[in-house]
Structure formats: structure tokens, C-alpha cells
Design a protein around this ligand. Structure first.
Ligand code: C5P
Length: 211
């Protein structure tokens, strides 16, 4: 399970990140553990208390998350990538604090590796179940379908992050699920812990069908 935002330093005091709280990923890790799964949680920086009896790896940058996930990816039956990974990072990180007074600065960005796409590419015959998330503000289903295909996923969970009650810091979520075979489900608004359980029910069914 991956959760939370990643963070990319600009200098020793500044960074780029996003608003992901990690609540959905932590809820999933907790729910999976409560069902008896052996859970590894790779988490970006968050204020959340980690669930009990879960192997926690704390990471900051997308590259650290990539290394941690890829190192052991062959061991997992299911990989759920709920983390909101930064798509870009600063081209350069300054060793010392960047001083103001040099006028307006331009920040040059480079693309981060897409961890989930990399995992999708590695899927051979002995595939593990690959679950992605998509935080969208428009064209939810179209965007989710495109990501599912591009990243070679088994299912993708999409939510509207422009809404207060389904957005990043909320305790509730209303998700749509898009499956590899094209069918879709629309779950109503509910606490994130319940969303986690609903998702695990679906993932378990898929897992049983595929194994
Ligand atoms: O393309 P987008 O960022 O919307 O895709 C979201 C999904 O891809 C999430 O499951 C996220 O964890 C994963 N992702 C990733 N590496 C990235 C960007 C996104 O694994 N660099």
C-alpha cells in the first residue's frame, strides 16, 4: 500500500508537495490488516498515526518511493497505490537556502518516474493485482479509463478532489471504480474507512477469480 503525498525539496527549507493527507491509504492499510493481510505501507510524510502491525516505510520523494516499492514488488499479491505522487520535481535542489533579492526566479521542473506505470509494465504471467487511484477534478471516468489502460491496472478508483467531502483532507469519500473489463461502479458518500472496506471486498473477489 502506498499513501500520502510525496515531497520534492527545492532547498533545505522549501519543498513542493500536494494536499494529499494519506487518509485513504492509511484506511486501506488498516482495513487490510484487520482482515489478516500482511501489509507493507510505503508512506509519504503525513501527520497520521500508522495502523498497528503494519510494516511502515517512510519516504519523502517520488524516487525514494519508487526504490522502496520496486525493491520488494515481487513479494506482494496485491499492490494498491493510493499515494499522490508528484508528477514533477525541481531540476536542481539547492544545497543552501535560496536567497531572495535576485528578482523573480523561474523554477525548472523535470518529470518524475511513474511508479505505477512501471509496475504495470513489469506484469508478466505471474501477475499480482494492481490497483491505482486517480484524483480528478473533471472528466472522472474518461481520465480513469485512460490511466487504467496506460498503466495496465486491474482496477482504478477515482474521486473528485474538487469537492470538499471527497477531496484530499476529507474524512469521507465517494468513489467510482473502473475495472479492466470496462465495467464500472459508483459508490455513495461514506467514511473513508468504509470506502476502504468496500474496495477490499472488490479486490478480494478479483483476487479469488485470478488465482
Ligand atoms: O497519473 P496520475 O498521477 O493521476 O495517476 C495516479 C495513480 O498513479 C496513483 O495510483 C498514483 O499512486 C500513481 N502514480 C505513481 N507514480 C507517479 C504518479 C502517479 O505511481 N509518478
Amino acid at each position: 500500500m502506498t499513501a500520502g503525498a510525496t515531497l520534492e525539496p527545492l532547498d533545505p527549507v522549501r519543498y513542493m508537495s500536494n494536499r494529499s493527507s494519506g487518509k485513504m491509504g492509511y484506511a486501506l492499510a488498516r482495513a487490510a490488516r484487520m482482515r489478516g493481510a500482511k501489509v507493507t505501507l510505503v508512506s509519504g510524510p503525513t501527520a497520521l498515526k500508522p495502523p498497528r502491525d503494519v510494516a511502515l516505510s517512510r519516504v519523502k520523494t517520488a524516487e525514494e518511493m519508487r526504490r522502496t516499492v520496486l525493491a520488494d514488488c515481487g513479494l506482494y499479491d496485491v499492490i494498491i497505490k493510493a499515494a499522490a505522487v508528484l508528477d514533477w520535481r525541481p531540476k536542481e535542489t539547492s544545497e543552501h537556502k535560496i536567497k531572495k533579492g535576485r528578482g523573480v526566479q523561474t523554477l525548472e521542473l523535470v518529470e518524475n518516474p511513474d511508479i505505477l506505470a512501471e509496475l504495470g509494465c513489469m506484469q508478466g504471467n505471474s501477475r499480482c493485482l494492481l490497483v491505482g487511484f486517480a484524483a480528478e477534478t473533471q472528466d472522472l471516468i474518461a481520465n480513469a479509463k485512460e490511466k487504467l489502460k496506460k498503466k495496465n491496472l486491474d482496477l482504478i478508483v477515482v474521486n473528485d478532489v474538487s469537492r470538499e467531502d471527497t477531496g484530499f483532507e476529507a474524512d469521507t469519500n465517494a468513489v467510482k471504480i473502473v475495472y479492466r473489463d470496462g465495467h464500472m461502479e459508483d459508490l455513495p458518500l461514506m467514511p473513508k474507512q468504509e470506502v476502504a472496506d468496500q474496495l477490499l471486498d472488490r479486490i478480494k473477489t478479483l483476487w479469488e477469480k485470478s488465482s
